[in-house]
Design a protein around this ligand. Structure first.
Ligand code: ADP
Ligand code: ZN
Length: 646
């Protein structure tokens, strides 16, 4: 029976779909076999050519040379080592070989050639250390070696091209995406929205592309960039895009991977990882979830883990040890900048901070467009409308939404995604898959219907609450039912009056249950938690209680970002009990307000609950019809917009 206000209760969900493993090319073994075949053909060809080249002259037995010398047919003899080339009077050449030990004259003498006959022939003896000799001796050895190197080079390129970037480097475990890998390459064009973040990162791209320009002018080069933003806002994507834009290798590792495996390896793994990145410089080293290691030390948060501290220290050592022209940029991502150790963000370490907000309406539309690129959309699809309906969605949620839409269309054997597919996907992404299997019994159904009707009615009557878009008692995810209130537009600020009405709306379910059944179920527990936290924040953080005044009382567990700002906000017992009293007063006021609304509009409450039991889901249009029938005017966009902030 959750009151699903998107900001507070959007369930965490899995990231977008993983890339499918690359396949389709010939297998490694096929390639090896082909390479081997090529090798055989080439070497056979080579030996043929070699024979031809070396013996452009006919080879004859030595005895024939001897008898030709004796007959005076031979003009000259060329001796290279054991090889003999005879040039005849008619310019023809013939080849032969002699024994290694014996000299030519000795050999000829053995064949009964007389000294005069030998003397008539011009004999030239060439040193066999010439380039030609070396070439001829070494070539047969070099050719296979060169071929082998060629094959290795070819295969390793193939592997990288096929997305096999999961090479493990020593013990560092960082995954590499090389700049040649066109499949995995990401550029700024793939990142929609996030304009400011992209602008800031352009400087890093500039540096990686042309480091000389910066080094020559003596500029201090950034070492570390901290990307801060909620899960799924595209931090990893942006880091990849920086690597893609600047054409440098991208090494990525997660903070938890440094620590997880065996005790004592965290620090050495850090060393190895930095080593690998430096070797490949210029390069980017991306550390995801750096808060897994970089938490504030010595607070006991996370158990005062020795291993983690050593790992963190090693990272600091590595960052400090960078030479000024190292050309490795470390980019780290976190969605918990508040828990990071201040040592990490000191100058010369992660001194650049890039904040990535959840996308606004325009950005959401752009992100949807990016993910609609490869998908056939029907003519009725209006991405603007989808963007309007998805405040609070992250980039990953939107990617997920487009994917769910495609799955719905494919399941129904359609070739195009329709608007209705996308609308159904919004809910799916927001609330997790529909659980049709869990059926409420009749009593549960009735209680849930009154509970949700209570939320919806209070939200429709109170002036500063967000209007209701949909009510449902079909159980989704963890909640038995839900009431979907959406603001007409995204807002960055909320006023005190809005908070007060929100608290009353959250109490609507609880009040309705008690009013109708005289009892309370556990279904209201989550509502109570949310509204209590909200009331406490109003008093202790936003200065919205007149009694306490405009003071932010930081609770001791909370730390201001990077340990700067408010420190050690311990309060006295007295202040703490004053805050408690104020929280109680606010909630009691809201309770009275909700009770008043539901008592006054009891008939409308019955009507809404009755309809819910019957049809289980009421969309906005039908809901407003019930309101009008009971004399309540539904909210219009203009009404909300013109309400002054208080
Ligand atoms: P984070 O690292 O912040 O948790 P990721 O970078 O892993 O988030 O984002 C997950 C996926 O969400 C991305 O792979 C991408 O498909 C999608 N996504 C997130 N932000 C954007 C964006 N601004 N533009 C396009 N796609 C995005
Ligand atoms: Zn509720």
């Amino acid at each position: 029976m959750a009151d699903l206000n998107q900001e507070s209760q959007k369930p965490r969900r899995a990231r977008g779909p993983a890339r499918p493993p690359q396949s389709g090319g010939p297998s490694i073994w096929m390639q090896l076999a082909m390479a081997f075949a090529v090798f055989l053909v080439l070497s056979a060809g080579y030996s043929l050519v070699r024979q031809y080249v070396v013996s452009e002259a006919e080879t004859v037995p030595l005895s024939q040379i001897a008898s030709d010398v004796a007959a005076g047919k031979i003009e000259s003899l060329l001796v290279e080592g054991d090889a003999i080339t005879a040039t005849y009077a008619d310019e023809t050449k013939k080849k032969s070989r002699k024994e290694t030990e014996a000299s030519l004259t000795e050999t000829l003498a053995n064949y009964q050639v007389s000294q005069e006959q030998i003397g008539a022939v011009k004999i030239e003896i060439k040193d066999e250390g010439g380039a030609r000799f070396w070439f001829l001796t070494l070539a047969p050895l070099m050719v296979p070696v060169l071929l082998l190197f060629g094959i290795i080079w070819y295969l390793s390129r193939q592997m990288r091209g096929a997305g096999m970037q999961a090479f493990t480097f020593g013990r560092s475990m960082a995954r590499l995406t090389s700049p040649e890998d066109q499949v995995q390459r990401v550029t700024f064009a793939d990142v929609a929205g996030a304009k400011e973040a992209k602008e800031e990162l352009t400087e890093i791209v500039d540096f990686l592309k042309n480091p000389k320009k910066f080094i020559q002018i003596g500029a201090r080069i950034p070492k570390g960039v901290l990307l801060m933003g909620a899960a799924g806002t595209g931090k990893t994507l942006l880091a990849r895009a920086v690597a893609g834009e600047s054409n440098v290798p991208f090494f990525s590792i997660s903070g938890s991977e440094f620590v997880e495996m065996f005790v004592g390896v965290g620090a050495s793994r850090v060393r190895d990882t930095f080593q690998v990145a430096k070797k490949a410089s210029p390069s980017i080293l991306f550390i995801d979830e750096i808060d897994a290691i970089g938490r504030v030390r010595g607070t006991g948060v996370g158990g005062g883990n020795d291993e983690r501290e050593q790992t963190l220290n090693q990272i600091l050592v590595e960052l400090d040890g960078f030479e000024p022209n190292e050309k490795v940029i470390v980019m780290a991502a976190t969605n918990r900048p508040d828990v990071l150790d201040p040592a990490l963000v000191r100058p010369g370490r992660f001194d650049r901070r890039v904040v990535i907000d959840l996308p606004d309406r325009k950005d959401r539309e752009d992100i949807l467009k990016v993910h609609a690129r490869q998908k056939p959309l029907g003519p009725d699809v209006r991405l603007t409308v989808i963007a309007e309906r998805t405040p609070g969605f992250s980039g990953a949620d939107l990617a997920n939404l487009m994917n769910e839409g495609a799955i719905l269309a494919a399941r129904e054997n359609r070739k195009e995604i329709t608007q209705y597919d996308l609308i159904r996907s919004i809910e799916k992404v927001m609330l997790g898959p529909e659980r049709r299997s869990h059926v409420l019994n009749k009593k549960e159904k009735e209680i849930t219907a009154y509970h949700e009707a209570g939320h919806a009615l209070v939200a429709s009557v109170l002036p500063y609450a967000d209007p209701v878009h949909k009510i449902s008692i079909i159980s989704r995810g963890r909640a038995a039912g839900y009431t979907l209130k959406l603001p007409f537009e995204d807002r960055k600020m909320q006023s005190r009056k809005e908070f007060l009405d929100d608290i009353a709306v959250s109490l609507g379910g609880y009040v309705a249950e008690r009013m109708i059944f005289g009892d309370i179920t556990t279904g209201a527990a989550n509502d109570l938690q949310v509204l209590s936290a909200l009331a406490r924040n109003m008093v202790a953080r936003y200065g919205m209680s007149e009694k306490m005044g405009p003071i932010a009382f930081a609770a001791s567990a909370q730390r201001a970002i990077f340990g700067e700002g408010v420190e050690g906000g311990e309060q006295s017992e007295e202040v703490a009990s004053q805050i408690d009293a104020e929280v109680k007063r606010i909630i009691e006021g809201a309770h009275k307000k909700a009770e008043g609304v539901l008592k006054k509009h009891r008939k409308a409450l019955d009507a809404i609950a009755g309809q819910l039991v019957e049809v289980e889901t009421i969309e906005r249009d039908d809901f407003e019809k019930i309101l009008i029938a009971h004399g309540i005017t539904p909210k219009k966009k203009e009404d909300i917009e013109h309400q002054p902030l208080a």
